[in-house]
Design a protein around this ligand. Structure first.
Ligand code: PMV
Length: 320
């Protein structure tokens, strides 16, 4: 039976994506810029032509909506496909605001298309992966990636674009986990609520291009304070649109706020470190690789777990 196995890494947005111009196609209202992270990874095996459709996540069978999401995605990769078995494993917490859907759909797009005998280039795979989870379109490449929103209705110009490889810049992302349960509101529902109800949503969209240009430039010249400042600004703007949605989207926990203060204190003491968050309570801290252990040490007293991650490589096929 044809099968293929792929590995992909999650990515964390440095300039954030929040809001869709098309929900079915996951077309974003704004562009974004991300850093693919090594250390965390999803490994997904797809076996084409089994007796029935089966999906496993971390060795547990997936049922209901989550299984349907995976199977619908496989229909997209190969309409009229045979039945198949998917086994996906993460070496980090799933669905806890650590971008597991990004690595999951990037790995699944690559493994499923290879199992179906299709050879797609990373741009074509990015367009496919985007339809599973928007941010997944950035995980096809390693290092720094931009996702342009595109203009076409069919989404054919909305995909990741590599900006710089993982070895361009010796940075670290220190991930502090304060809560490992599932998030209260999924990103699609949250984005739509912000788009429809936040009085700040329009400004969020209007200021995003300038943030992207700033991040692109900071990456090109390896200017960490510039990148850190725009990343924090984009994060707080996104959370401001979340907090001002109706009803409010509050992903933060007390530990989140403690960590934000700790990072500001670290910076005041001379360590170049900046915070970012996604649709969850965890805090991720961008710093020079050489400062990562000192940053991790400061975060530890406020977190359940702290991981030091470095820029990671592209999604790739591996031997099963
Ligand atoms: O791709 P999704 O639907 O998981 O949305 C990701 C949204 C954020 O993580 C909050 C921001 C981003 O750009 O990754």
């Amino acid at each position: 039976m044809p099968s293929a196995t792929a590995i992909a890494h999650p990515n964390i947005a440095l300039v954030k994506y929040w809001g869709k111009r098309s929900i079915p196609l996951n077309l974003p209202a704004v562009g974004s810029v991300s850093l693919t992270l090594g250390g965390y990874r999803t490994q997904t095996a797809v076996c084409w032509g089994t007796e029935r459709d089966l999906v496993f996540l971390d060795n547990e069978p997936l049922l209901g909506g989550p299984a349907k999401r995976v199977l619908d995605f496989l229909d997209l990769v190969d309409p009229g496909r045979p039945q198949c078995e998917v086994r996906s494993d993460n070496n980090f917490p799933s669905g806890a605001g650590l971008a597991s859907s990004a690595s999951a759909f990037a790995a699944l797009a690559l493994a499923a298309s290879a199992a179906a005998g299709k050879t797609l280039d990373p741009t074509a795979l990015s367009i496919v992966a985007r339809q599973g989870s928007g941010s997944a379109c950035r995980s096809l490449w390693g290092g720094f990636v931009e996702w342009r929103p595109g203009e076409r209705d069919d989404g054919s110009d909305s995909h990741g674009i590599p900006l710089a490889a993982a070895d361009h810049w010796d940075l670290a992302m220190v991930v502090a986990v304060v809560h490992d349960g599932p998030k209260p509101t999924g990103s699609t529902q949250g984005m739509e609520r912000s788009r429809l109800t936040s009085p700040f949503f329009h400004q969020w969209v209007q200021t995003s291009d300038a943030d992207i240009a700033e991040a692109r430039e900071a990456i090109a010249i390896r200017d960490l304070p510039r990148l850190g400042r725009v990343m924090e600004a984009s994060t707080f703007k996104m959370h401001a649109t979340m907090h001002t949605s109706s009803p409010p989207l509050l992903y933060w926990h007390p530990g989140t706020v403690a960590l934000l203060h700790e990072v500001a204190a670290a910076r005041a003491s001379g360590i170049e470190a900046w915070s970012t968050m996604d649709a969850g309570p965890q805090v991720k801290v961008l710093c020079a690789s050489a400062d990562a252990d000192a940053v991790a040490e400061r975060l530890r007293e406020h977190a359940l777990r702290v991981d030091v991650l470095r820029p990671g490589g592209p999604a790739r096929l591996v031997d099963a």
